[in-house]
Design a protein around this ligand. Sequence first.
Ligand code: KIV
Ligand code: ZN
Length: 512
Amino acid sequence: MRTIEIFDTTLRDGEQTPGVNLSMNEKVEIALQLEKLGVSRLEAGFAAASPGDLQSVAEVARRIKNATVVSLARSTPNDIDKAYEALRHAVNPCIHVFIATSPIHREYKLRMSKEQVIERAVAAVKHAKKYVHEVEFSAEDAGRTEIPFLAEVVQAAIEAGATIINIPDTVGYMTPREYGNIFRELFLRVPGIDKVKLSCHCHDDLGMAVANSLAAIEAGVTQVEGTINGIGERAGNAAIEEVALALETRKDVYQAKTNLNLKEIARTSQLVSRLTGMIVPGNKAVVGANAFAHESGIHQDGVLKEKSTYEIIRPETVGFKSNRLVLGKHSGRHAFKDKLAELGYHLQPEEIDAAFAAFKELCDKKKEVSEDDIIALVDTKMVAVAEAFKLESVQLSYGNLSVPTASVRLVRQDGTVLEEAACGNGSVDSIYKAIDRATGEEVTLTDYKIVSVTHGKDALGEVFVRLQQGEITVQGRGVSTDVLEASALAYVRAINKIVERRNEMLVTSGQE
Ligand code: KIV
Ligand code: ZN
Protein backbone atom coordinates (compact mmCIF):
# COMPACT_ATOMS: atom_id res chain seq x y z
CA MET A 1 0.00 0.00 0.00
CA ARG A 2 1.39 3.41 -0.95
CA THR A 3 0.51 6.38 1.23
CA ILE A 4 -0.93 9.37 -0.58
CA GLU A 5 -0.46 12.67 1.21
CA ILE A 6 -3.30 15.16 1.17
CA PHE A 7 -2.53 18.82 0.47
CA ASP A 8 -5.60 20.81 1.40
CA THR A 9 -6.14 24.15 -0.32
CA THR A 10 -9.65 24.93 0.97
CA LEU A 11 -8.36 28.15 2.55
CA ARG A 12 -6.57 29.30 -0.62
CA ASP A 13 -7.98 27.87 -3.88
CA GLY A 14 -11.26 27.12 -2.02
CA GLU A 15 -11.49 30.71 -0.86
CA GLN A 16 -11.16 31.75 -4.51
CA THR A 17 -14.75 30.50 -4.94
CA PRO A 18 -16.69 33.51 -6.24
CA GLY A 19 -18.29 35.35 -3.31
CA VAL A 20 -16.52 33.41 -0.57
CA ASN A 21 -14.58 35.53 1.88
CA LEU A 22 -13.52 34.03 5.19
CA SER A 23 -12.49 36.03 8.23
CA MET A 24 -9.29 35.19 10.09
CA ASN A 25 -11.21 33.45 12.88
CA GLU A 26 -13.16 31.37 10.36
CA LYS A 27 -9.92 30.35 8.64
CA VAL A 28 -8.40 29.30 11.94
CA GLU A 29 -11.51 27.28 12.80
CA ILE A 30 -11.37 25.45 9.47
CA ALA A 31 -7.60 24.94 9.77
CA LEU A 32 -7.96 23.35 13.22
CA GLN A 33 -10.60 20.99 11.83
CA LEU A 34 -8.37 20.11 8.84
CA GLU A 35 -5.62 19.30 11.31
CA LYS A 36 -8.02 16.90 13.06
CA LEU A 37 -8.92 15.41 9.70
CA GLY A 38 -5.22 14.63 9.31
CA VAL A 39 -4.19 16.50 6.16
CA SER A 40 -0.41 16.56 5.60
CA ARG A 41 -0.25 20.08 4.20
CA LEU A 42 -2.63 22.95 4.59
CA GLU A 43 -2.42 25.93 2.26
CA ALA A 44 -3.57 28.77 4.50
CA GLY A 45 -3.66 31.49 1.85
CA PHE A 46 -1.72 33.79 -0.41
CA ALA A 47 0.16 36.04 2.02
CA ALA A 48 1.10 38.72 -0.53
CA ALA A 49 -2.50 39.20 -1.68
CA SER A 50 -3.38 41.62 1.15
CA PRO A 51 -2.36 42.48 4.73
CA GLY A 52 -5.49 40.60 5.89
CA ASP A 53 -4.41 37.46 4.03
CA LEU A 54 -0.92 37.70 5.50
CA GLN A 55 -2.37 38.02 9.00
CA SER A 56 -4.64 34.99 8.46
CA VAL A 57 -1.78 32.82 7.17
CA ALA A 58 0.33 33.93 10.15
CA GLU A 59 -2.40 33.06 12.66
CA VAL A 60 -2.98 29.64 11.08
CA ALA A 61 0.81 29.09 11.10
CA ARG A 62 0.92 29.89 14.83
CA ARG A 63 -1.98 27.59 15.72
CA ILE A 64 -1.33 24.47 13.63
CA LYS A 65 1.16 22.01 15.07
CA ASN A 66 0.52 18.74 13.23
CA ALA A 67 0.44 19.72 9.58
CA THR A 68 2.75 21.67 7.31
CA VAL A 69 1.38 25.17 6.76
CA VAL A 70 1.80 26.49 3.22
CA SER A 71 1.57 29.97 1.71
CA LEU A 72 1.26 30.52 -2.02
CA ALA A 73 3.59 33.02 -3.74
CA ARG A 74 4.06 34.16 -7.30
CA SER A 75 7.62 33.80 -8.51
CA THR A 76 8.68 37.23 -7.30
CA PRO A 77 10.97 38.13 -4.37
CA ASN A 78 8.28 40.30 -2.73
CA ASP A 79 5.65 37.52 -2.74
CA ILE A 80 8.16 35.04 -1.35
CA ASP A 81 9.31 37.46 1.38
CA LYS A 82 5.67 38.00 2.39
CA ALA A 83 5.02 34.24 2.42
CA TYR A 84 7.93 33.75 4.77
CA GLU A 85 6.90 36.67 6.95
CA ALA A 86 3.54 34.92 7.43
CA LEU A 87 5.03 31.46 7.98
CA ARG A 88 7.92 32.27 10.27
CA HIS A 89 6.19 30.85 13.37
CA ALA A 90 4.99 27.65 11.72
CA VAL A 91 6.34 24.38 13.12
CA ASN A 92 6.61 23.08 9.55
CA PRO A 93 6.51 25.88 6.93
CA CYS A 94 6.36 25.43 3.17
CA ILE A 95 6.52 28.13 0.50
CA HIS A 96 4.58 27.28 -2.66
CA VAL A 97 5.90 29.21 -5.68
CA PHE A 98 4.28 29.07 -9.08
CA ILE A 99 4.66 30.41 -12.59
CA ALA A 100 2.61 29.64 -15.69
CA THR A 101 4.32 27.46 -18.30
CA SER A 102 1.78 26.88 -21.11
CA PRO A 103 2.21 28.65 -24.47
CA ILE A 104 -1.10 30.52 -23.99
CA HIS A 105 -0.04 31.87 -20.61
CA ARG A 106 3.52 32.60 -21.74
CA GLU A 107 2.36 34.56 -24.76
CA TYR A 108 -0.72 36.41 -23.50
CA LYS A 109 -0.41 36.65 -19.73
CA LEU A 110 3.29 36.72 -18.94
CA ARG A 111 4.68 37.88 -22.30
CA MET A 112 7.76 35.84 -21.53
CA SER A 113 9.93 33.45 -23.51
CA LYS A 114 10.54 29.86 -22.40
CA GLU A 115 14.01 30.86 -21.19
CA GLN A 116 12.62 33.73 -19.12
CA VAL A 117 10.04 31.43 -17.50
CA ILE A 118 12.73 28.97 -16.49
CA GLU A 119 14.96 31.76 -15.20
CA ARG A 120 12.12 33.15 -13.06
CA ALA A 121 11.16 29.71 -11.74
CA VAL A 122 14.74 28.91 -10.73
CA ALA A 123 15.26 32.31 -9.06
CA ALA A 124 11.99 31.90 -7.14
CA VAL A 125 12.78 28.41 -5.86
CA LYS A 126 16.28 29.53 -4.81
CA HIS A 127 14.90 32.60 -3.04
CA ALA A 128 12.27 30.53 -1.16
CA LYS A 129 14.91 27.97 -0.29
CA LYS A 130 16.85 30.63 1.64
CA TYR A 131 13.94 30.72 4.09
CA VAL A 132 12.51 27.19 4.33
CA HIS A 133 13.52 23.65 3.57
CA GLU A 134 10.23 22.65 1.99
CA VAL A 135 9.53 24.44 -1.29
CA GLU A 136 6.76 23.40 -3.64
CA PHE A 137 7.00 24.48 -7.26
CA SER A 138 3.87 24.57 -9.47
CA ALA A 139 3.91 24.90 -13.24
CA GLU A 140 0.60 26.71 -13.67
CA ASP A 141 -1.45 25.39 -16.61
CA ALA A 142 0.93 22.43 -16.82
CA GLY A 143 -1.84 20.42 -18.48
CA ARG A 144 -1.60 22.58 -21.62
CA THR A 145 2.20 22.86 -21.59
CA GLU A 146 4.41 21.15 -24.20
CA ILE A 147 5.81 18.02 -22.49
CA PRO A 148 9.50 18.64 -23.42
CA PHE A 149 9.32 22.19 -22.02
CA LEU A 150 7.44 21.06 -18.92
CA ALA A 151 10.16 18.48 -18.30
CA GLU A 152 12.81 21.20 -18.66
CA VAL A 153 11.08 23.51 -16.17
CA VAL A 154 10.55 20.69 -13.69
CA GLN A 155 14.18 19.61 -13.93
CA ALA A 156 15.37 23.19 -13.40
CA ALA A 157 13.08 23.60 -10.36
CA ILE A 158 14.37 20.37 -8.84
CA GLU A 159 17.98 21.39 -9.41
CA ALA A 160 17.22 24.75 -7.76
CA GLY A 161 16.02 22.93 -4.63
CA ALA A 162 12.24 22.32 -4.96
CA THR A 163 11.15 19.40 -2.77
CA ILE A 164 7.63 19.08 -4.18
CA ILE A 165 6.70 19.40 -7.84
CA ASN A 166 3.07 20.11 -8.59
CA ILE A 167 1.56 19.66 -12.05
CA PRO A 168 -1.77 21.53 -12.06
CA ASP A 169 -4.55 21.09 -14.56
CA THR A 170 -5.39 24.73 -13.89
CA VAL A 171 -8.29 25.00 -16.32
CA GLY A 172 -9.78 21.52 -15.84
CA TYR A 173 -9.09 20.57 -19.48
CA MET A 174 -7.41 17.19 -19.11
CA THR A 175 -8.90 13.73 -19.49
CA PRO A 176 -7.74 11.06 -17.01
CA ARG A 177 -5.58 9.22 -19.55
CA GLU A 178 -3.87 12.41 -20.78
CA TYR A 179 -3.26 13.67 -17.26
CA GLY A 180 -1.79 10.36 -16.05
CA ASN A 181 0.48 10.29 -19.11
CA ILE A 182 2.01 13.66 -18.24
CA PHE A 183 3.39 12.12 -15.03
CA ARG A 184 4.57 8.99 -16.89
CA GLU A 185 6.46 11.23 -19.33
CA LEU A 186 8.02 13.24 -16.51
CA PHE A 187 9.22 10.06 -14.80
CA LEU A 188 10.94 9.10 -18.06
CA ARG A 189 12.37 12.49 -18.94
CA VAL A 190 13.43 14.18 -15.67
CA PRO A 191 16.54 12.92 -13.89
CA GLY A 192 16.13 13.10 -10.11
CA ILE A 193 12.33 13.22 -10.20
CA ASP A 194 12.24 10.20 -7.92
CA LYS A 195 13.96 12.29 -5.22
CA VAL A 196 11.05 14.77 -4.91
CA LYS A 197 7.39 14.46 -4.07
CA LEU A 198 5.14 14.61 -7.14
CA SER A 199 1.78 16.28 -6.68
CA CYS A 200 -1.43 16.63 -8.69
CA HIS A 201 -3.85 19.57 -8.59
CA CYS A 202 -7.03 19.34 -10.65
CA HIS A 203 -9.89 21.69 -11.43
CA ASP A 204 -13.37 20.46 -12.20
CA ASP A 205 -14.42 22.41 -15.30
CA LEU A 206 -15.31 19.20 -17.15
CA GLY A 207 -16.33 17.33 -14.01
CA MET A 208 -13.15 15.22 -14.10
CA ALA A 209 -11.07 16.63 -11.23
CA VAL A 210 -11.41 13.56 -9.01
CA ALA A 211 -11.01 11.10 -11.90
CA ASN A 212 -7.90 12.98 -13.03
CA SER A 213 -6.45 12.94 -9.51
CA LEU A 214 -6.98 9.18 -9.32
CA ALA A 215 -5.33 8.77 -12.73
CA ALA A 216 -2.35 10.73 -11.40
CA ILE A 217 -2.15 8.39 -8.40
CA GLU A 218 -2.13 5.43 -10.78
CA ALA A 219 0.71 7.12 -12.66
CA GLY A 220 2.77 7.44 -9.47
CA VAL A 221 2.07 10.77 -7.72
CA THR A 222 2.18 10.69 -3.94
CA GLN A 223 0.39 13.94 -3.12
CA VAL A 224 -3.13 15.04 -4.08
CA GLU A 225 -4.22 18.65 -3.79
CA GLY A 226 -7.86 19.52 -3.37
CA THR A 227 -10.51 21.16 -1.26
CA ILE A 228 -13.26 20.07 1.08
CA ASN A 229 -16.58 19.74 -0.77
CA GLY A 230 -14.66 20.49 -3.99
CA ILE A 231 -15.10 24.26 -3.61
CA GLY A 232 -12.78 26.56 -5.54
CA GLU A 233 -12.18 28.80 -8.52
CA ARG A 234 -14.92 28.42 -11.21
CA ALA A 235 -16.24 24.82 -11.08
CA GLY A 236 -13.97 24.07 -8.12
CA ASN A 237 -11.13 21.70 -7.27
CA ALA A 238 -10.92 17.96 -6.72
CA ALA A 239 -13.02 17.10 -3.65
CA ILE A 240 -10.65 15.64 -1.05
CA GLU A 241 -13.36 13.52 0.56
CA GLU A 242 -14.13 11.89 -2.79
CA VAL A 243 -10.50 11.06 -3.52
CA ALA A 244 -10.05 9.64 0.00
CA LEU A 245 -13.17 7.48 -0.21
CA ALA A 246 -12.31 6.23 -3.69
CA LEU A 247 -8.94 5.05 -2.34
CA GLU A 248 -10.53 3.57 0.78
CA THR A 249 -13.37 1.80 -1.04
CA ARG A 250 -11.30 0.62 -4.02
CA LYS A 251 -8.06 -0.38 -2.29
CA ASP A 252 -8.13 -3.42 -4.54
CA VAL A 253 -7.63 -1.15 -7.58
CA TYR A 254 -5.44 1.68 -6.28
CA GLN A 255 -3.35 -0.12 -3.65
CA ALA A 256 -3.02 3.22 -1.92
CA LYS A 257 -4.35 4.92 1.19
CA THR A 258 -4.42 8.34 2.81
CA ASN A 259 -3.64 9.12 6.44
CA LEU A 260 -6.95 10.92 6.86
CA ASN A 261 -9.12 10.29 9.87
CA LEU A 262 -12.15 9.49 7.70
CA LYS A 263 -14.60 9.87 10.59
CA GLU A 264 -13.87 13.62 10.58
CA ILE A 265 -15.05 14.01 6.98
CA ALA A 266 -18.73 14.76 7.69
CA ARG A 267 -17.88 17.32 10.34
CA THR A 268 -15.24 19.01 8.16
CA SER A 269 -17.63 19.16 5.23
CA GLN A 270 -20.39 20.68 7.37
CA LEU A 271 -18.05 23.25 8.89
CA VAL A 272 -16.70 24.36 5.50
CA SER A 273 -20.21 24.55 4.10
CA ARG A 274 -21.42 26.64 7.04
CA LEU A 275 -18.54 29.07 7.09
CA THR A 276 -18.29 29.57 3.34
CA GLY A 277 -22.04 29.54 2.69
CA MET A 278 -21.43 27.01 -0.10
CA ILE A 279 -24.30 24.62 0.50
CA VAL A 280 -23.51 20.98 -0.27
CA PRO A 281 -25.93 19.65 -2.92
CA GLY A 282 -28.07 16.73 -1.70
CA ASN A 283 -26.69 14.42 -4.39
CA LYS A 284 -23.01 15.27 -3.75
CA ALA A 285 -20.86 12.13 -3.49
CA VAL A 286 -19.75 11.13 0.02
CA VAL A 287 -21.11 14.14 1.93
CA GLY A 288 -24.47 15.03 0.30
CA ALA A 289 -27.62 14.62 2.41
CA ASN A 290 -28.86 11.93 0.02
CA ALA A 291 -25.56 10.08 -0.33
CA PHE A 292 -26.81 7.39 2.05
CA ALA A 293 -30.58 7.74 1.54
CA HIS A 294 -32.47 5.00 -0.29
CA GLU A 295 -35.67 6.13 -1.95
CA SER A 296 -37.03 3.40 -4.18
CA GLY A 297 -38.86 0.48 -2.63
CA ILE A 298 -36.59 -2.02 -4.38
CA HIS A 299 -33.48 -0.37 -2.95
CA GLN A 300 -34.99 -0.01 0.53
CA ASP A 301 -35.95 -3.68 0.50
CA GLY A 302 -32.41 -4.65 -0.56
CA VAL A 303 -30.72 -2.47 2.07
CA LEU A 304 -32.97 -3.79 4.83
CA LYS A 305 -32.02 -7.33 3.88
CA GLU A 306 -28.31 -6.61 3.40
CA LYS A 307 -26.72 -3.13 3.39
CA SER A 308 -24.08 -4.00 0.81
CA THR A 309 -26.77 -4.55 -1.86
CA TYR A 310 -26.89 -0.80 -2.51
CA GLU A 311 -24.43 0.77 -0.07
CA ILE A 312 -20.72 0.80 -0.92
CA ILE A 313 -19.76 3.26 1.82
CA ARG A 314 -21.11 3.09 5.37
CA PRO A 315 -22.26 6.50 6.63
CA GLU A 316 -20.40 5.87 9.90
CA THR A 317 -17.13 5.52 7.96
CA VAL A 318 -17.20 9.25 7.17
CA GLY A 319 -18.64 10.24 10.54
CA PHE A 320 -22.34 10.54 9.83
CA LYS A 321 -24.29 9.43 12.87
CA SER A 322 -27.93 8.60 13.17
CA ASN A 323 -29.53 11.76 14.35
CA ARG A 324 -30.21 10.43 17.82
CA LEU A 325 -31.86 12.39 20.58
CA VAL A 326 -29.16 13.42 22.91
CA LEU A 327 -30.15 15.90 25.55
CA GLY A 328 -33.33 17.50 26.74
CA LYS A 329 -34.52 20.25 29.00
CA HIS A 330 -33.75 18.25 32.11
CA SER A 331 -30.11 17.80 31.16
CA GLY A 332 -27.64 19.62 33.36
CA ARG A 333 -24.53 21.67 32.57
CA HIS A 334 -22.28 18.71 33.32
CA ALA A 335 -23.96 16.41 30.80
CA PHE A 336 -23.95 19.24 28.28
CA LYS A 337 -20.22 19.83 28.80
CA ASP A 338 -19.52 16.10 28.36
CA LYS A 339 -21.55 16.08 25.15
CA LEU A 340 -19.56 19.07 23.83
CA ALA A 341 -16.30 17.24 24.56
CA GLU A 342 -17.62 14.12 22.79
CA LEU A 343 -18.44 16.31 19.77
CA GLY A 344 -14.87 17.64 19.77
CA TYR A 345 -15.44 21.05 21.40
CA HIS A 346 -13.09 22.07 24.18
CA LEU A 347 -14.42 25.42 25.23
CA GLN A 348 -13.52 27.97 27.87
CA PRO A 349 -15.90 28.04 30.91
CA GLU A 350 -17.54 31.29 29.74
CA GLU A 351 -18.08 29.84 26.26
CA ILE A 352 -19.68 26.75 27.81
CA ASP A 353 -21.96 29.03 29.84
CA ALA A 354 -23.05 30.91 26.71
CA ALA A 355 -23.60 27.69 24.76
CA PHE A 356 -25.49 26.13 27.69
CA ALA A 357 -27.78 29.18 27.97
CA ALA A 358 -28.50 28.94 24.22
CA PHE A 359 -29.14 25.20 24.57
CA LYS A 360 -31.64 25.78 27.40
CA GLU A 361 -33.43 28.41 25.32
CA LEU A 362 -33.57 25.91 22.48
CA CYS A 363 -35.03 23.23 24.77
CA ASP A 364 -37.94 25.57 25.50
CA LYS A 365 -38.69 25.88 21.80
CA LYS A 366 -37.84 22.43 20.50
CA LYS A 367 -38.96 19.10 21.88
CA GLU A 368 -36.08 17.03 20.58
CA VAL A 369 -32.49 18.29 20.60
CA SER A 370 -30.09 16.29 18.45
CA GLU A 371 -26.32 16.40 18.03
CA ASP A 372 -26.72 18.34 14.79
CA ASP A 373 -28.75 20.97 16.66
CA ILE A 374 -26.01 21.32 19.26
CA ILE A 375 -23.27 21.57 16.63
CA ALA A 376 -25.19 24.28 14.75
CA LEU A 377 -25.84 26.16 17.95
CA VAL A 378 -22.26 26.07 19.17
CA ASP A 379 -20.72 26.79 15.77
CA THR A 380 -22.76 29.95 15.35
CA LYS A 381 -22.10 31.04 18.94
CA MET A 382 -18.38 30.42 18.64
CA VAL A 383 -17.71 32.77 15.74
CA ALA A 384 -15.89 35.17 17.97
CA VAL A 385 -16.60 38.56 16.46
CA ALA A 386 -16.65 41.58 18.72
CA GLU A 387 -20.29 42.58 18.79
CA ALA A 388 -20.65 46.18 17.65
CA PHE A 389 -24.43 45.59 17.74
CA LYS A 390 -26.46 43.00 19.62
CA LEU A 391 -29.97 42.08 18.54
CA GLU A 392 -32.33 42.30 21.51
CA SER A 393 -35.71 41.82 19.88
CA VAL A 394 -37.50 41.76 16.58
CA GLN A 395 -41.24 42.14 16.02
CA LEU A 396 -43.14 41.77 12.84
CA SER A 397 -46.57 42.65 11.57
CA TYR A 398 -47.48 40.53 8.57
CA GLY A 399 -50.65 39.91 6.57
CA ASN A 400 -50.93 38.63 3.02
CA LEU A 401 -52.86 41.81 2.09
CA SER A 402 -50.82 44.34 4.05
CA VAL A 403 -47.28 45.70 3.83
CA PRO A 404 -44.98 43.84 6.25
CA THR A 405 -43.61 46.08 8.99
CA ALA A 406 -40.78 45.19 11.34
CA SER A 407 -39.48 46.84 14.46
CA VAL A 408 -36.13 45.95 15.96
CA ARG A 409 -34.29 46.75 19.15
CA LEU A 410 -30.50 46.58 19.16
CA VAL A 411 -27.88 47.53 21.71
CA ARG A 412 -24.68 49.19 20.57
CA GLN A 413 -21.37 48.19 22.21
CA ASP A 414 -21.37 51.38 24.30
CA GLY A 415 -24.79 50.43 25.76
CA THR A 416 -26.94 52.75 23.61
CA VAL A 417 -30.33 51.23 22.81
CA LEU A 418 -31.34 51.59 19.18
CA GLU A 419 -34.98 51.11 18.15
CA GLU A 420 -36.25 51.43 14.61
CA ALA A 421 -39.13 50.27 12.43
CA ALA A 422 -39.46 49.88 8.68
CA CYS A 423 -41.75 48.50 5.96
CA GLY A 424 -40.47 46.23 3.24
CA ASN A 425 -41.33 44.06 0.27
CA GLY A 426 -41.49 41.03 2.51
CA SER A 427 -40.93 40.08 6.13
CA VAL A 428 -37.17 39.62 5.80
CA ASP A 429 -36.81 42.81 3.76
CA SER A 430 -38.65 44.84 6.41
CA ILE A 431 -36.46 43.39 9.19
CA TYR A 432 -33.30 44.19 7.23
CA LYS A 433 -34.44 47.74 6.50
CA ALA A 434 -35.17 48.29 10.19
CA ILE A 435 -31.72 46.96 11.13
CA ASP A 436 -30.08 49.21 8.50
CA ARG A 437 -31.81 52.21 10.03
CA ALA A 438 -30.86 51.25 13.57
CA THR A 439 -27.19 50.60 12.82
CA GLY A 440 -26.78 53.38 10.23
CA GLU A 441 -24.71 50.97 8.12
CA GLU A 442 -25.17 51.04 4.34
CA VAL A 443 -24.80 47.49 3.08
CA THR A 444 -25.89 45.45 0.07
CA LEU A 445 -27.33 41.99 0.57
CA THR A 446 -25.71 39.82 -2.13
CA ASP A 447 -26.80 36.37 -0.96
CA TYR A 448 -29.44 34.90 1.33
CA LYS A 449 -30.02 31.20 1.96
CA ILE A 450 -32.04 29.17 4.45
CA VAL A 451 -31.29 25.55 5.30
CA SER A 452 -32.90 23.25 7.77
CA VAL A 453 -30.40 21.85 10.26
CA THR A 454 -32.51 18.87 11.25
CA HIS A 455 -35.90 17.50 10.23
CA GLY A 456 -39.42 17.96 11.54
CA LYS A 457 -41.78 20.86 12.17
CA ASP A 458 -39.63 22.28 14.96
CA ALA A 459 -36.33 21.88 13.10
CA LEU A 460 -33.69 24.55 13.54
CA GLY A 461 -33.43 26.86 10.55
CA GLU A 462 -30.05 28.22 9.62
CA VAL A 463 -29.86 31.42 7.62
CA PHE A 464 -26.78 32.48 5.71
CA VAL A 465 -26.32 36.01 4.36
CA ARG A 466 -23.57 37.68 2.41
CA LEU A 467 -23.22 41.46 2.71
CA GLN A 468 -21.08 43.92 0.86
CA GLN A 469 -19.92 47.40 1.81
CA GLY A 470 -17.42 48.93 -0.60
CA GLU A 471 -14.63 46.43 -1.01
CA ILE A 472 -15.59 44.48 2.12
CA THR A 473 -17.60 41.27 1.68
CA VAL A 474 -18.63 39.23 4.70
CA GLN A 475 -20.82 36.28 5.59
CA GLY A 476 -23.11 35.97 8.58
CA ARG A 477 -25.05 33.01 9.94
CA GLY A 478 -27.93 32.74 12.37
CA VAL A 479 -29.67 29.73 13.83
CA SER A 480 -33.09 29.62 15.43
CA THR A 481 -36.30 27.60 15.43
CA ASP A 482 -37.78 30.69 13.77
CA VAL A 483 -36.32 31.54 10.37
CA LEU A 484 -37.14 35.25 10.73
CA GLU A 485 -35.19 35.45 13.97
CA ALA A 486 -32.37 33.46 12.31
CA SER A 487 -32.49 35.95 9.42
CA ALA A 488 -32.14 38.91 11.78
CA LEU A 489 -29.30 37.25 13.72
CA ALA A 490 -27.39 36.41 10.54
CA TYR A 491 -27.73 40.00 9.28
CA VAL A 492 -26.61 41.62 12.53
CA ARG A 493 -23.63 39.24 12.77
CA ALA A 494 -22.62 40.14 9.23
CA ILE A 495 -22.84 43.85 10.04
CA ASN A 496 -20.65 43.23 13.11
CA LYS A 497 -18.09 41.60 10.87
CA ILE A 498 -18.15 44.58 8.51
CA VAL A 499 -17.47 46.92 11.42
CA GLU A 500 -14.67 44.63 12.65
CA ARG A 501 -13.14 44.37 9.14
CA ARG A 502 -13.33 48.16 8.66
CA ASN A 503 -11.53 48.69 11.97
CA GLU A 504 -8.85 46.16 11.01
CA MET A 505 -8.34 47.96 7.69
CA LEU A 506 -7.96 51.28 9.48
CA VAL A 507 -5.32 49.80 11.79
CA THR A 508 -3.45 48.20 8.87
CA SER A 509 -3.49 51.36 6.76
CA GLY A 510 -2.27 53.31 9.80
CA GLN A 511 0.68 50.92 10.06
CA GLU A 512 1.70 51.25 6.44
O1 KIV B 1 -4.77 25.83 -10.44
C1 KIV B 1 -3.61 26.24 -10.31
O2 KIV B 1 -2.79 26.23 -11.23
C2 KIV B 1 -3.23 26.75 -9.01
C3 KIV B 1 -1.77 27.00 -8.82
C4 KIV B 1 -1.49 28.31 -8.22
C5 KIV B 1 -1.18 25.87 -8.03
O3 KIV B 1 -4.03 26.90 -8.12
ZN1 ZN C 1 -5.87 25.73 -8.58
